[in-house]
Design a protein around this ligand. Structure first.
Ligand code: BT5
Length: 266
């Protein structure tokens, strides 16, 4: 991987954004880029600040799960300060997923989005997104959107259990990608969608997201904290970003958080 290095300077030079990624904090190794971003946001860091790391020693997924972050990946977090109600913050995950899927599709791979926070290639997880926020009753102080992309390492660098469901850009393309170019494209796309969202609302974002989604109209199984539900994924709720399921008994249910898998032939 001699020519494969992350360079904040190269990224900043090529960016076409107004504020996303204009300031970059880079680490060879850190615990979690989300933790660093939250600390910087608490201290007043501006919207758009990007935290980027070559490797994370305690990368996190949702619900305290471990996110494997070997060298060669793209582990980054963005600080956002949108004027939104706290319950709207999960919508920023949709913007992250569209940006990642678009950047991956530019490499010629058929990336798809799986509600709520995964991007898949060949039905395998290549990216996970962790959106965290700090708020007080009705006021959102900041949001951190953490994005992890398995880029320039082969999937045998992941634990055996995860290899079964994951893939990487290198495993799919059989070669490394230019991570600086990839990140530039991702940040350009992120800002584009974010501005559309702030100016026009969630509806155009949701339309774009649906084009890239792999679970709408599919029979799915949702694993929630304390139960499992089967149904057809029929839509996403405009107001909340919740997944709308038509259950096998004909009733409808909104799912606010959970893990979804597609039910193939019964
Ligand atoms: C996620 O959680 O998918 C969110 C992952 C967010 C990671 C980024 S990296 C930058 C930023 N800093 C952080 O500390 N986090 C963010 P969830 O949907 O809960 O999925 C977690 C599950 O995915 C784990 O329990 C494993 O089964 C699987 N997994 C772990 N590492 C993986 C990897 N590198 N590739 C694919 N699957 C993985």
């Amino acid at each position: 991987m001699t020519n494969d290095f992350l360079s904040p300077d190269i990224i900043k030079d090529r960016l076409r954004t107004e504020f996303i990624g204009r300031e970059i904090r880079y680490f060879d190794e850190t615990g979690s880029t989300n933790d660093i971003a939250k600390e910087l946001a608490r201290k007043g860091a501006l919207e758009g600040l990007l935290v980027l790391a070559e490797t994370q020693t305690s990368g996190r997924g949702r619900l305290g799960r471990v996110w494997q972050s070997p060298p060669g990946g793209i582990w980054l977090s963005l600080i956002l300060r949108p004027r939104l109600a706290p319950q709207e913050a999960p919508k920023l995950t949709f913007i992250g997923a569209i940006a990642v899927a678009t950047a991956i599709r530019n490499l010629g791979l058929d990336a798809k989005i799986k509600w709520p926070n995964d991007v898949l290639v060949s039905n395998r997880k290549i990216c996970g997104i962790l959106t965290e926020m700090e708020s007080e009753t009705d006021v959102l102080h900041y949001v951190v959107v953490g994005i992890g992309i398995n880029a320039n390492f082969n999937k045998d660098k992941l634990p055996a259990e995860i290899q079964k469901t994951a893939t990487t850009l290198k495993s799919e393309l059989k070669e490394s990608v230019n991570r600086n170019e990839f990140i530039t494209c991702l940040l350009n796309e992120f800002e584009r969608s974010y501005l559309v969202f702030l100016e026009k609302g969630f509806s155009p974002i949701l339309e774009e997201w649906k084009e890239l989604s792999c679970i709408l109209n599919e029979d799915v199984r949702v694993y929630m904290d304390n139960r499992i539900i089967d149904g057809k994924a029929i839509d996403v709720d405009q107001a909340s970003g919740a997944l709308i399921l038509k259950l096998d008994n004909g009733s409808f249910e909104k799912i606010f958080s959970g893990d979804v898998s597609i039910r193939r032939q019964k």
